[in-house]
Write a protein that binds this ligand. Structure first.
Ligand code: ADP
Ligand code: MG
Length: 322
């Protein structure tokens, strides 16, 4: 019912950026190779994601807005099984409970696609439509029917910053997918598929072009790959620091400390290193923080992870300085 949907929505959708994250993950799950994001007014007016993924049949399109309707069978070994568990099949239903959603979707084998408009969980329109293969979902006027939440949103500038951050994390972790991002008709990103190093420069700025040091390590527990910034590129501001575990963005002050520690003696105490590091680890060695929207993580053997990471960074820095 409407109330249950609104409550669930509060868990999944805190702000425009959380809706964007869910839409982008769905596009990637659908095998999209090109993804276009359009936001207006910090996402308050519009958050739209257009993909060239598999698309949906009429029935699937209709079903996708039902709570607990998921077409995805999650593997139990999925790192984020805990995260996705409570939210399995809830994202679109939750978003549609608190916004005006317009979906256009078409599978490659279908002649016509489906247009579906849902507003506050009510289906307002469903009809065949001529459209490209893939899916476009436009989320308009988020929280239009929950004034308390709408008022709680920050300024357009702040919400845009959150949207961009969410977009950057996802774009960094899928360098093989092309992405573009438009804000109020201005293009902020245009990212063609390619190597991680190129993606980092595309996402985080030209300034990193000649500043990347490759970092690679593999042990029985853990595989590490990615880039760190040359010590000279360390900044006084906190800057760009990204950890991905099994290709999901996470925050970890513990792992951050390992990196900083490895830079010891190579940068001033008030400087911060740049890094984009991907860790791969058997999911049975990880615990996800209980709250599903958190991006925090616990390792069974965090000391070892710390040690391996620090050694890998030191080695990369050593090789670079030779
Ligand atoms: P979940 O992703 O957990 O299955 P969602 O509410 O995010 O739940 O999506 C519901 C369903 O809608 C998905 O399982 C998928 O079948 C379908 N879907 C959503 N977005 C897309 C998309 N961009 N392309 C194809 N199918 C989609
Ligand atoms: Mg989803």
């Amino acid at each position: 019912d409407a109330i249950a949907n609104q409550i669930a929505a509060g868990e999944v959708v805190q702000r425009p950026a959380s809706a964007l994250k869910e839409l982008l993950e769905n596009s990637l799950d659908a095998g999209a190779k090109h993804i276009k994001v359009i936001v207006k007014d910090g996402g308050k007016q519009l958050i739209q994601v257009i993909d060239d993924g598999g698309g949906m049949s009429i029935t699937d399109a209709r079903m996708s807005f039902e709570r607990h309707a998921t077409s995805k069978i999650r593997k139990s070994e999925d790192l984020f099984c805990i995260r996705t568990f409570g939210f399995r099949g809830e994202a679109l239903a939750s978003i549609a409970a608190v916004a005006q959603v317009e979906m256009k979707t078409k599978r490659g084998q279908d002649e016509l696609g489906t247009l579906l408009c849902v507003e506050g969980s009510e289906v307002r329109k469903q009809e065949p439509v001529q459209c490209a293969n893939g899916t476009s979902i436009a989320v308009k006027n988020l929280f239009f029917n929950v004034p308390a939440r709408r008022n709680f949103l920050k300024s357009n500038a702040v919400e845009t910053k959150h949207l961009v951050e969410e977009f950057q994390r996802i774009a960094l972790s899928y360098p093989e997918v092309s992405f573009s991002f438009f804000q109020n008709d201005m293009q902020l990103f245009s990212l063609s598929p390619g190597k991680l190093s190129k993606r980092i420069v595309g996402v985080l700025g030209q300034g990193y072009q000649d500043q990347l040091v490759v970092c690679q390590e593999e042990t029985s527990l853990l595989r590490i790959k990615g880039y760190i910034g040359k010590p000279g590129s360390a900044k006084k501001t906190r800057g760009d620091q990204y950890f991905f575990v099994n290709n999901r963005y996470i925050k970890s002050s513990y792992l951050h400390h390992a990196v900083v520690n490895a830079f010891e003696g190579l940068m001033a105490a008030d400087q911060h290193p740049f890094y984009v590091l991907f860790l791969e680890i058997d999911p049975s060695h990880i615990d996800i923080n209980v709250h599903p929207t958190k991006t925090e993580i616990k390792f069974d053997d965090e000391r070892t992870v710390y040690g391996v990471l620090k050694a890998a960074i030191k080695q990369a820095l050593g090789a670079h300085l030779v």
